[in-house]
Design a protein around this ligand. Structure first.
Ligand SMILES: CC(=O)N[C@@H](CCC[C@H](N)C(=O)O)C(=O)O
Length: 376
């Protein structure tokens, strides 16, 4: 397929305009179903699950099933790209490339719906990757058990790599994650009478600073961890001392042991704030994601395939502190994930992320070739 005539660029743009939050992707699911409706039906079977879709391409002489996963949700970010096809949903944006992930999956699916390989293919359009996580409940369904793949693959766009790059590694690729929500409740009051109150804005600010010491002083420097507080809310108006504050963040670690240790330290610091600022606190860890652990043999084989059989430039990447609930999909089924170069001066989760759409054709061609190699 020539990149110039790639219809999946237009599909990506249409999906880009309708970003929706996890498990709220009704328009997105409707768009995907309408597209699939127009594919030849002889070789495909479809089941919807919540806002996601399972779709099996029946192989001509199946010995196994190969899974392909694409995530479908957007993020609560106000888009600032100025693109003609920018988001039509106020305050929502496909700022993590899932619009590209879906259009690439449709491109691959369209090819195999008309040219089925010997083996079965299972396409999974998965909701809620950004949270609270759709992969784990999706693999716990009867649909997944019935059509169970023997291996699964997935990609994620990478704004930092040029188009034409694929980057991955055998073994650990993405971190363990845990969301983090901390609520602080004290005694509010008049801005001019701080001595009669317990100010939760001051307590929250102190806690944010203390949390950074966990990574700096409690985690082995040769291991890696991140604590990010992405949102702080507190108080009501400028001249009232805040009764409540809330921190919302995420924890990332490369090992399960570090996650446990980081949480213990966070709990100790929160307890300290409770005593020091005379307030009540609560911690909620929200959703947690299993690390993405690429199957060594399959990933090495894929890396050799990319090097020998395609015009794509392969890079052996390092681990990243990003999280992906796809990790659950390949925790008990062999599989791997790879980065797809989609150069953009602004990175993932940025309001100006503008991936290079030429990456769509590169991915469709490369994955079709790889699946032809594995499934025939
Ligand atoms: C690829 C990517 O950016 N994934 C997200 C996953 C977020 C999981 C969860 N909501 C959390 O924040 O812990 C990421 O932020 O890495």
């Amino acid at each position: 397929m020539s990149i110039m005539n790639n219809p999946y660029v237009q599909i990506r743009r249409e999906l880009h305009q309708i970003p929706e939050r996890g498990f709220d992707e009704t328009k997105t699911q409707g768009y995907l179903l309408q597209y699939i409706q127009n594919l030849p039906k002889e070789h495909i079977e479809l089941k919807t699950w919540k806002t996601g879709i399972f779709l099996r391409v029946q192989g001509t002489a199946p010995r196994k099933t190969i899974g392909y996963r694409a995530d479908i949700d957007g993020l609560p970010i106000t888009e600032e790209t100025g693109l003609s096809f920018k988001s039509l949903h106020e305050g929502m944006m496909h700022a993590c490339g899932h619009d590209l992930h879906m259009s690439i999956a449709l491109g691959i699916l369209t090819h195999f719906a008309t040219h089925p390989p010997k083996d079965n293919l299972l396409f999974m359009f998965q909701p809620a990757e950004e949270g609270p996580g759709g992969a784990l409940p999706m693999i716990q369904t009867d649909f997944f058990t019935q059509w169970k793949p023997d291996m699964i693959i997935a990609l994620h766009i990478a704004p930092e790599y040029p188009v034409g790059t694929i980057a991955t590694k055998p073994g650990l690729l993405f971190a363990n994650t845990s969301e983090l929500f901390i609520d602080l409740t004290g005694l509010g009051g008049h801005a001019a009478y701080p001595h009669q109150t317990n100010d939760m804005v001051v307590a929250a600010c102190s806690l944010v600073t203390q949390l950074q010491s966990v990574v700096a002083r409690n985690v082995d420097p040769l291991d890696s961890a991140v604590i990010t507080i992405g949102k702080i809310t507190g108080g009501t108006v400028q001249n009232i001392i805040a009764e409540r504050a809330r921190l919302e963040g995420t924890i990332r670690t490369l090992s399960v042991e570090s996650m446990k240790k980081v949480k213990e330290r966070i709990e100790a610091l929160v307890q300290g704030v409770e005593i020091g600022y005379n307030c009540k606190t609560s911690i909620d860890y929200g959703s947690m994601y299993h690390q993405v652990d690429n199957d060594v043999k399959l990933t090495e084989e894929f890396m050799r395939f990319v090097t020998n059989e395609t015009n794509v430039n392969l890079i052996e990447s390092k681990e990243a502190m990003t999280g992906e609930d796809y990790g659950y999909m390949i925790a008990n089924t062999p599989g791997f994930m790879f980065w797809l170069g989609a150069e953009s001066p602004f990175g993932l989760h940025h309001s100006k992320l503008n991936p290079n759409e030429d990456a769509i054709g590169v991915a469709i061609n490369t994955i079709i070739s790889y699946l032809n190699f594995k499934a025939n």
